[in-house]
Design a protein around this ligand. Structure first.
Ligand SMILES: Nc1ncnc2c1ncn2[C@@H]1O[C@H](COP(=O)(O)OP(=O)(O)OP(=O)(O)O)[C@@H](O)[C@H]1O
Ligand SMILES: [Mg+2]
Length: 333
């Protein structure tokens, strides 16, 4: 196994060309990911988590979008690569569990066939080998009686079981990096925990790295080693999970923690309510995009955008002119 980082993202920008002008959904993001690491990406709805994830693997729309910067997955530069070349890494190097799992399965196709298809098209397996492997994958993701379930249609399975099938499809070609975009949205809390436990277990078993995208800090608290906090398409704080939870410096991180359901006994909710409205990406202010909602904001915050700067702990950075004092205890303490 190479010592190189699995993923290196440098100044990645995604700008949509809209009828109302350019919309910078991702405004210059840099980070990297180790092998066998789980990284969380958190932020309010509209902060750019999904667009960033898709851009990292080169899945943006074909037109009306401009992507600059760099995203290198296991040595492969995604930005600027042809669709044909990207297809070679999709599935085998990187796979994604999409935000809306219930629509990512074909309702009129037996689930076994949906897994077979990935194996036959991408790995060139013959029919019998693909079926055997599909059943193995169903077993791997904890689906009982996989031989029988192979012939089931998605509608015959519960939400949790369907999500396991989605995971099986993502894992079909043994990716090194699994991007999971809100993988438990819409599932009840017990099933949510089961699916997250399954992802943890599979990560270790298959030696993958996982990027766990969510607006819910409770989800990433115990399951990631590092967290990226996004606001208006940029990273505003990043660090080890513990540091982000307990030593955060950026008032937005604090607000996000305070508005997040508690780690224990919460049910999944899409509502994260921080006072004020998220910024309009079509007309971002010159200063900090969070300043209009921030009770700590000073004149400087409204005028000049702060860059990420190091905090006291290794790898912990934040973008704020008027940060919270060091060692502030987080809302989940
Ligand atoms: N194809 C597109 N064309 C124009 N704007 C887009 C497009 N896709 C996304 N956006 C905009 O990009 C911004 C970031 O969206 P994104 O879906 O990444 O947010 P998110 O953080 O994933 O939110 P959520 O938590 O709701 O999933 C939003 O303002 C969204 O409206
Ligand atoms: Mg999203």
């Amino acid at each position: 196994m190479s010592d190189e980082k699995l993923l290196v993202v440098t100044d990645l920008k995604t700008t949509f060309d809209t009828a109302n002008g350019p919309l910078p959904a991702v405004g210059g993001v840099s980070f990297d990911l180790e092998r066998n690491e789980t990284l969380g990406i958190v932020g309010e709805s509209g902060s750019g988590k999904t667009v960033l994830s898709r851009t990292i693997m080169g899945l943006q729309p074909r037109t009306k979008v401009s992507v600059t910067g760099s995203s290198v997955i296991d040595g492969f530069e995604v930005v600027g690569a042809s669709e044909n070349d990207k297809r070679k890494i999709w599935g085998t190097e990187v796979a994604m569990i999409f935000q809306d799992p219930m629509t990512s399965l074909n309702p009129v196709m037996r689930i076994g066939k949906q897994i077979d298809e990935a194996l036959r098209v991408r790995l060139g397996m013959d029919k019998a080998a693909a079926k055997a492997r599909a059943i193995e994958l169903l077993e791997l993701v904890g689906i009982p009686s996989p031989q029988e379930r192979y012939n089931a249609y998605p509608g015959m399975l519960s939400g949790g079981m369907r999500q396991r099938v989605v995971i099986a499809i993502a894992l079909a070609c043994s990716p090194k990096l699994l991007m999971a975009d809100e993988p438990t949205t819409g599932l009840d809390v017990t099933i949510q925990a089961q699916i997250l436990n399954l992802l943890d277990e599979l990560k270790d078993r298959l030696k993958m790295s996982v990027i766990l995208v969510t607006h819910d800090l409770g989800v990433v608290a115990t399951r990631t080693s590092r967290i990226i906090v996004m606001y208006a398409g940029r990273i505003v704080e990043t660090g080890n999970t513990r540091d982000v939870f307990y030593h955060h410096r950026m008032p937005y991180t604090k607000a996000l923690l305070e508005s997040s359901p508690k780690v224990s006994n919460h049910s999944h909710t899409r509502l994260v309510t921080i006072p004020g409205r998220p910024p309009n990406l079509l007309s971002l202010p010159d200063g900090c995009a969070f300043a209009p909602r921030c009770s700590y904001a000073t004149d400087q915050c409204h005028l000049v955008r702060p860059e990420l700067e190091p905090s006291t702990e290794p790898g912990h950075t934040f973008a704020c002119w008027n940060p919270l004092p060091i060692n502030v205890e987080g809302a989940l303490a």
